[in-house]
Design a protein around this ligand. Structure first.
Ligand SMILES: Cc1cc2nc3c(=O)[nH]c(=O)nc-3n(C[C@H](O)[C@H](O)[C@H](O)COP(=O)(O)O)c2cc1C
Length: 382
């Protein structure tokens, strides 16, 4: 039997802070710190505490080339090798079912940059309640907690000789640009007309042109730019109130311009799912649709293999799409939102997405505005 180390592994000297009660009562400094090694291996999707001997042993086994198990036993001791195999940090070449080995193979197949894989896998939430489910914090509260924010605009260079520019001339984009705002007060009963949803999806995520760039390399043109022209972002739709489309989960097919049903939902379950998706930000929950943006990483990493900027490009791609989505919603007379404060793991479970290959980036949505403004919004004066 042969063994090797998992493809990606970072080891963090983790500091756990606590109250040292004995020191507190003796009048000494009350903060205690304990240190441990934490193995961050994205294929495992969980943090693993290990000891210093295990750290050293992991450093002695290659991650690409295979090592004979017998040789590793001689070098490190069979018990050590067994412990690391059991944790899934070392992998054997056996043919038995081994979830750690299978997940490691998925990770290797995507061409992730190691730091990006770790950042992605260990920044996902599950069951998170933003602001403890209370409310959207006002700027007054933020200033109270953190003091004044850094200034909103800065001077750089020769500001004494700054060249004044003419005021922006009115232009056709102003209509949408100047009315766009993040809606945080949605009418809980108003539906989203299906033709509005269709236009939003087609003009944000749909294919405007297709081009065969090389044999077997079909490339789409969309209304937003995308790194390498690859458009890895898929749109997964949670439908709540769209006449003619049953509440449920759908995948938007960019080329066919069609919603592929993935699961139907009772309205109450759809509401609960929406709440979980946006980490209990109740100001978004009444939106009649939400669109999850999830990057099919293999599509981007096909070109940008093990690339330092590839993950950043995925985030930027989704950002561009969300602005396009906002502007189309504005055109339809509605506010929109985008949020990265999402419970990725709940979304992955709902749509059956593997975070190593389909990276949930953000959730956007839109809908008819409610009459009042209970939660803060930044609207232009009418
Ligand atoms: C990447 C990103 C993440 C955001 N996340 C949240 C969020 O979690 N909750 C929220 O209420 N708004 C969120 N927003 C909306 C911003 O708060 C909003 O754009 C900002 O307050 C300015 O308001 P405006 O969009 O109306 O101009 C997010 C916006 C962006 C671009």
């Amino acid at each position: 039997m042969k063994i090797r180390r998992c493809a990606v592994l970072f080891i963090e000297p983790r500091e756990d802070l606590g109250i040292d009660w004995a020191a507190l009562f003796s009048g000494a400094g009350a903060l205690s710190a304990s240190l441990r090694w934490v193995a961050l291996a994205p294929h495992l999707d969980r943090e693993t505490s290990i000891d210093g001997d295990q750290v050293a042993a992991l450093g002695a086994i290659a991650q690409t080339a295979w090592t004979e198990r017998a040789d590793a036993d001689l070098q490190l001791g069979a018990a050590m090798v067994d412990s690391l195999l059991a944790l899934g940090l070392l992998l054997d070449d056996g043919s038995d079912a081994n979830p750690a080995r299978e997940r490691d193979a998925v990770l290797r197949a995507q061409h992730w940059r190691p730091l990006s894989a770790a950042a992605h896998m260990f920044s996902r939430w599950d069951g998170m309640l933003v602001d403890k489910g209370m409310h959207f914090p006002s700027f007054e509260e933020l200033v109270q907690s953190y003091g004044a924010p850094p200034e909103p605009a800065i001077e750089r260079g020769d500001s004494a000789h700054a060249i004044p520019l003419p005021a922006a001339q009115p232009g056709p984009l102003d209509e949408q640009l100047l009315r766009r705002y993040t809606g945080r007060n949605y009418d809980p009963a108003a539906p989203l007309p299906p033709e509005v949803l269709a236009r939003l999806l087609q003009r944000t995520f749909g294919v405007q042109l297709e081009s065969m760039m090389a044999q077997e390399a079909l490339v789409f043109k969309k209304t937003s730019p995308s790194a390498g022209g690859l458009h890895p972002t898929e749109a997964y739709v949670l439908v709540r109130r769209v006449p003619g489309i049953a509440p449920g989960l759908y995948h938007y097919h960019a080329l066919r311009h069609a919603l592929e049903p993935m699961a139907s939902l009772e309205p109450d379950d759809a509401r609960e799912m929406a709440r979980q998706f946006v980490a209990d930000q109740h100001w978004f929950v009444d939106a009649p649709v939400m669109v999850v943006m999830a990057a099919r990483v293999a599509r981007n990493f096909w070109k940008y293999r093990n690339h330092a900027k590839a993950y950043r490009a995925l985030m930027l791609d989704a950002g561009h799409l969300s602005q396009t989505f906002y502007l189309l919603a504005t055109e339809a007379g509605m506010p929109a939102f985008v949020t990265a404060a999402v419970n990725e793991k709940a979304i992955e479970r709902a749509f059956g997405l593997d975070p190593l290959s389909d990276a949930v980036v953000a959730v956007c949505g839109c809908g008819v505005a409610a009459a009042g403004q209970t939660t803060l919004e930044l609207r232009y004066e009418e």
